[in-house]
Design a protein around this ligand. Sequence first.
Ligand SMILES: [Zn+2]
Length: 408
Amino acid sequence: MKKFWLLFSFFFAFILVCPFFGCEKRDAITEYKIDCELNDNILTGEETVDFYNSYSQSLKEIKFNLYPNAYRKNAKYTAVAKEYFYSAYYNGESYGGIEILSVANANMPLDYSITGVDQNILSVNLKDELFPNERIKIVIKFKVVLANVISRTGITEKSINLADFYPIVCGITNNGFYECVYYSNGDPFYSDSSNYLVKFTVDKQFNVAYSGTIINKKELNEKVTYIIKANKLKSFALVLSEQFECIEKNLNGISLRYFFINDENPIQVISAVEKAVVLFEERFGEFPYESFSVCQTQFLEGGMEYSGLVYISDELLDLEKIEVAVHETAHQWWQSGVGNNGIEHAFLDEGLCEFSVALFFENYAEYNFSYQDIKKSANENYRLFCSVYNELFGEIDASILRPVYKFQ
Ligand SMILES: [Zn+2]
């Protein structure tokens, strides 16, 4: 009984104290606070990573992916495939990269080194072991140079694609941190869901597409500063353009946005995205975010998915545009909501997304593109690929379970 009263008193004290000291339960995930400013092609930033050790063992170092280094001169693994060089580097050669200016914990500098197979990893040594379920705050100052390139990250002719721009903690697997090489094909990222609070300052002529929700916006002289909050993202991304127009739809509290550069019928895209979300919520489960931005931007492949924000290429036409927008929307379930390692097992989320697209067209007859049509076109494309490949290079490896870098 005494024990009971002791426990009861603790519980009561907790209830009384909590409203004053904010004891609300925190997600057991890493939190990022990023403060950055873009001036021309230079992005300077400071991020505070409140790292949560979700690994089963204690850690003596924390590893971060440095994706922008794939744009540097002499990168071993370039972010752009050789066959795309000419069209991607529209003004000729252009280079970028990320420089780490300092790394600290509680104002005390921490030892760090740039490692990985291609200067793609920042490895930070901790002074003390970090045990499972413990947290540590690491403050990183960095400078990114953006290349003039049509790619996942870079300054295009019409927009600035700003994904993968900050040091991002490597995803944790059974073997510890998974180091990503920023391959030119597929989706070469693997990170754990994290919460974000991002302060972003940019020239005010840009319209900004973002993952999450703007909680504050301030203009000062020629600059505008946004404060954006977004939870449980695999990574945070932005797209900027002076030409962006935006239409928005509210779907049961989810804010769906379509940012477009040049689209005579933007309603067609936003309504397809809305229909996709309705269908996928019904079939798969709740949409994982409070908002979703589809951005039409300069991009050489059809589209690209990030949590709460996706790219669709401005070169797509009509049905292609719908198909890609729906595919990228499906990634909010298959990749973001239900995460997998897209480098090692790309067939998982990509296969489920293509299946989701087929479900979409089966369900919405108005597009005159049936489930069977999709199957037929996938089959034909595959057979054509095989016969051309056989002709040119000999026998094809048709295995599916391969990492992205083993696919040509
Ligand atoms: Zn995909």
